[in-house]
Ligand binder design. Sequence first.
Ligand code: UDP
Ligand code: MN
Length: 308
Amino acid sequence: MAQTKQKIFRFTFTHFFAMLLTVMFIVTVVLTFKLLTNDHCNCPRQETVIQYVAKPKHYTNKGYESNHKLAVLVPYRNRFEELMEFVPYIHDFLNGQRINHDIFILNQVDSNRFNRASLINVGYLETKSNYDYIAMHDVDLLPLNKNLTYLYPQQPFHLAAPHLHPRYHYEKFIGGILLINREHFNLVNGLSNKYWGWGLEDDEFYVRLKDANLNITRPENISTGMNDTFKHIHGKDRKRDTVKCFNQREVTRRRDRQTGLHDVRYKIISYKSMTIGSAPLTVINIELLCDRNVTPWCNCEVSKTEKN
Ligand code: UDP
Ligand code: MN
């Protein structure tokens, strides 16, 4: 009797074990099949997700206002405090207008006098393959009025217009902040390289634009005035280098038909990418090379030593 019970138990156990294996096999096959086909998955598919992203009508590129790309070129030497204020401010301002932009600090590292124009020429040459317009931008001038547009300019656009700039009000003034597209900057051979020290390089550039029959445009319908359209962070200790030596005075009064983009001589010492706050920028350390036969006034100290 006990033997029969044992047999029945063994038989039932073997059956049960075989059935269990069969069921497990079927479940595994079904699950694997489901996973491979993914047909009845409830997870959102790629197409579904994209449908839910609202697409603003006029945005053509990642939410930017246009497909154009702006290089903000900032001629620079030894203005650390201004730089700390400028970069985060202008980055936010341009993002507010959805301008696709990058900021380049053109840091003059040689021992010649400051040359704003040549630095801008270098900035242009270094960035031209990736950007279709530039802003020639002083580090100490911040736009306050949101209606000052940094959009791609069909004609050179002088943002820091004489009727809005806090300090310079003459009609031919074109300094401070000027937007110009790549083709036009190239057309006029950029800026003259003869202007070492402060002043007149922008006035000479004005003549270049006029000679090329370009039509300088300026902001219109701006309700703010000379005192509240821009902030000019120019401390009293920032002395302007107005010294004139050799024949600098005569030469820099004349239109320069020789020098510009095609002959600016320089060495790139380094490129440094960094952020100030969360605003990204690239510092280009630039050594400008001076031909003392052409512009001996790139260093007036030498002239004093030579004279002594
Ligand atoms: N700049 C500079 N370091 C200098 C001189 C000039 O960085 O030693 C740059 C800076 O971007 C400045 C611009 O050149 O905003 C124009 O110079 P500055 O402000 O002296 O001229 P302003 O327009 O006030 O007469
Ligand atoms: Mn200034």
